[in-house]
Unconditional design. Structure first.
Length: 385
């Protein structure tokens, strides 16, 4: 006998890689999403129905994201996906969700210059992270930047944006080099020699996943010191720092909306629940926090619509707010991106990020950098440690 509708779960697809080059960070996103789902279900679900995740492992392979998204959305039950870290995987899933009028919640910083009515963007756009980072670096280190990236769309596009910002501030990019996504420690050797030769003020890294661990370690082993010439990044988080070790990470800089050591009651409560669920792991990152609050934003919207159909969900998601561990976040009704906090932190000797500068209010997402960049950021009140 068919179960009565009221008992049926709300089924959602979850596509975060547990294997491959970006598993290190995507495991943190998976945990964030699962914690939020547990919280919602423990509080009685939505209309008495629990949220049930169907979790698949795309193995850090963009094609596999597309195939699995097609599989998940092929049936009647699933219309909402949470997933993707690399922009190359989001670009593969995008036409699938658009064709089906489904939803992708994407909890990752990215290069901007995209809009889809079928995506809710929960990570930072360049005006929320690249801009404040560039201002901070030029103020504190100088204007000569060396760019190192993994070879795919996010690093190349993110560097294009960063180059414009650096030039606008009167700086210069002395080199822009790429390594394979699978790069091992030896693959960074020639870049380290080139850095030594060109002597930039700062290194901007858009390397991702295990490449990050290999790059920072190789830099440290070659005598590089973050306290003298830092590597600054948007894709290095607590998870990568734990994997590379405190010695290799010390002194390096990241810009993100959230850091694990934020000293707020909301964050302390989030961390207590996270560690009770997953133990004492090093997987609390800004990407984990984004996955967590995106599930809550979805659940709150579902409570209002009673359906996972995209059109009603979109109507209530636009302008929706949530008290996240980073502070209050809000989905911008203009562009489906999210008003986020903006913080710059440095890794200390123990391998913990310590916030050195933060905006005093959430920053409106401007994914197309429609507002003249550095001038806009200069008007944001900041707090310096
Ligand atoms: C990224 O590829 N958006 C980190």
């Amino acid at each position: 006998m068919a179960k009565p509708t009221v008992d049926r779960p709300w089924t959602v697809g979850v596509l975060f890689s547990q294997t491959g080059v970006t598993a290190i960070i995507e495991q943190s996103q998976l945990n964030g999403a699962l914690l939020a789902i547990d919280e919602i279900n423990e509080a009685g679900g939505i209309e008495g129905r629990p949220i049930e995740p169907v979790i698949l492992d795309p193995r850090s392979d963009p094609q596999r994201y597309r195939e699995l998204a097609e599989e998940l959305l092929a049936g009647e039950d699933i219309n909402v996906l949470f997933g993707c870290y690399m922009s190359s995987s989001r670009k593969e899933v995008l036409p699938v969700v658009e064709r089906q009028n489904a939803f992708l919640f994407y909890p990752t910083l990215y290069e901007g210059f995209e809009y889809s009515p079928n995506v809710i963007y929960g990570g930072a756009a360049p005006n929320q992270n690249s801009l404040p980072l560039a201002s901070y670096l030029m103020e504190n280190y100088g204007g000569r930047f060396y760019f190192v990236g993994s070879d795919y769309i996010y690093p190349r596009e993110s560097n294009r944006v960063m180059r414009n910002i650096v030039r606008q501030g009167g700086g210069e990019v002395v080199a822009e080099e790429y390594v394979d996504l699978q790069a091992g420690p030896k693959d960074f050797q020639w870049i380290l020699e080139d850095i030594e030769r060109r002597a930039p003020d700062v290194i901007f890294s858009t390397v991702v996943g295990t490449g990050t661990v290999n790059f920072y370690r190789a830099y440290h082993e070659s005598g590089g010191d973050g306290r003298v010439r830092p590597i600054a990044s948007l894709t290095t988080n607590e998870a990568e720092v734990a994997a590379m070790g405190a010695a290799a990470a010390a002194g390096h800089i990241t810009a993100a909306p959230y850091f694990r050591r934020l000293d707020t009651e909301a964050n302390a409560s989030f961390l207590r629940r996270y560690h009770a669920r997953f133990g004492e792991t090093d997987t609390v990152t800004s990407c984990c926090e984004a996955a967590y609050f995106q599930v809550h934003l979805f659940a709150n919207a579902l409570r209002l619509t009673g359906t996972t159909s995209a059109d009603p969900l979109r109507r209530v998601l636009r302008g929706a707010e949530f008290e996240a561990p980073q502070g209050r976040v809000k989905i911008d009704p203009d562009n489906n991106h999210t008003y986020l906090q903006s913080r710059i932190a440095r890794v200390d000797e123990e391998g913990e990020y310590v916030v050195e500068r933060e905006a005093t209010r959430p920053i409106k997402p401007d994914p197309y950098l429609a507002v003249p960049a550095l001038n806009d950021w200069a008007n944001v009140p900041i707090r310096k440690e």
